[in-house]
Design a protein around this ligand. Structure first.
Ligand code: CP
Length: 314
């Protein structure tokens, strides 16, 4: 079944299995060295209002690898510090000739007001508050698919700071749609009953032993507020982290994932970050190729890349 190439990519909420599989296949072609042609010069700008290493750098790299021109933007040196709104900032860069804005912002669904205006500039969501992180979710799907060749009945446990996590929200939604079996673990105060429709909330020991994918989440200290005063890293690690003891109980072909940055010694024992089962750096590598796909598909919708140039991929 075909899917519609979208002018903007802000959420995985309506993304079909067909589109996810298309994106994984195209990312694998990019990984194998595929190149595409842009029909005209394309200008991109990465507007990050929250800190980032992986997402920002890999979008930047993906844009350059695709032959786009990347304009620099520093939120702290921009007119946002003088009170300019996000909407006016985006309209400004559109007026200057930017084709595509990759945006990370602390406000959930910041993109709704922008999309309502049917702007020419495309919006790619690089993470909104505790809402969605579509590019992370797609690179995670790619990493799982490369490992298992399917999503059907793959058991994925998502462990830790679920409430604050846009990665968890995007992934529980997409994994379930693709046929994976999701389970959760972690502190009760970071779990919300609205996650129950995606999977059961179990103990860390239970899910680690039973999972094909143990997906750990970063404890988002910057979003904990007063809770941070009582937070004890050592206690958290023993109670909810992937310790060496828990690692020893994992299934033979199971893998560890983490969107990173990692709090070493908190959600995962530091030595396990580079363990045989860890795919944490593979996720980062896949992220660059998946972001090339996200940008390419948006450019297909804009008529800047010919669909036929994707050769063999619908
Ligand atoms: N996983 C992730 O979004 O990392 P960054 O915050 O470094 O982009």
């Amino acid at each position: 079944m075909a899917f519609k190439y979208q002018h903007d990519l802000v959420t995985v909420a309506d993304m079909s299995e067909t589109e996810v599989l298309h994106k994984i296949k195209l990312a694998q072609l990019f990984k194998a060295g595929k190149r595409i042609t842009l029909n005209r010069p394309v200008y991109a700008m990465n507007l990050f209002f929250e800190n980032s290493t992986r997402t920002h750098t890999s979008f930047d790299m993906a844009e350059r690898r695709l032959g786009m021109q990347v304009l620099q933007f520093d939120a702290n040196a921009s007119s946002v510090t003088k009170g300019e709104t996000l909407e006016d900032t985006v309209k400004t860069i559109q007026a200057i000739g930017v084709d595509l804005a990759v945006i990370r912002h602390s406000e959930n669904e910041y993109y709704n007001d922008l999309l309502k205006q049917n702007l020419d500039i495309s919006i790619v969501n690089a993470g909104d508050g505790s809402g969605q992180h579509p590019s992370q979710s797609l690179l995670d799907m790619m990493t799982i698919y490369e490992e298992f060749g399917t999503f059907k009945d793959i058991k994925v446990s998502i462990i830790g700071d679920l409430n604050h996590s846009r990665v968890a929200r995007s992934n529980m939604e997409l994994l379930t749609r693709l046929g994976a079996k999701v389970a959760f673990a972690g502190p009760n105060q970071w779990y919300d009953d609205k996650f129950a429709k995606y999977g059961a909330h179990l103990t860390v020991d239970e899910v680690v032993q039973d999972s094909d994918v143990v997906m750990l989440l970063r404890v988002q200290k910057e979003r904990l507020g007063d809770e941070l005063n009582d937070f004890d890293e050592g206690k958290y690690h023993q109670k909810y982290g992937l310790t060496k003891e828990r690692y020893a109980t994992m299934k033979e072909n199971s893998i560890i994932m983490h969107p990173a940055p990692v709090n070493r010694g908190v959600e995962i024992d530091s030595n396990l970050v580079e363990s045989d089962k860890s795919r944490i750096f593979k996720q980062m590598e896949n992220g660059m190729y998946m972001r090339m796909v996200i940008l390419t598909d948006v450019m297909v919708a804009k008529g800047i890349v010919n669909k036929t140039d994707l050769l063999g991929v619908d």
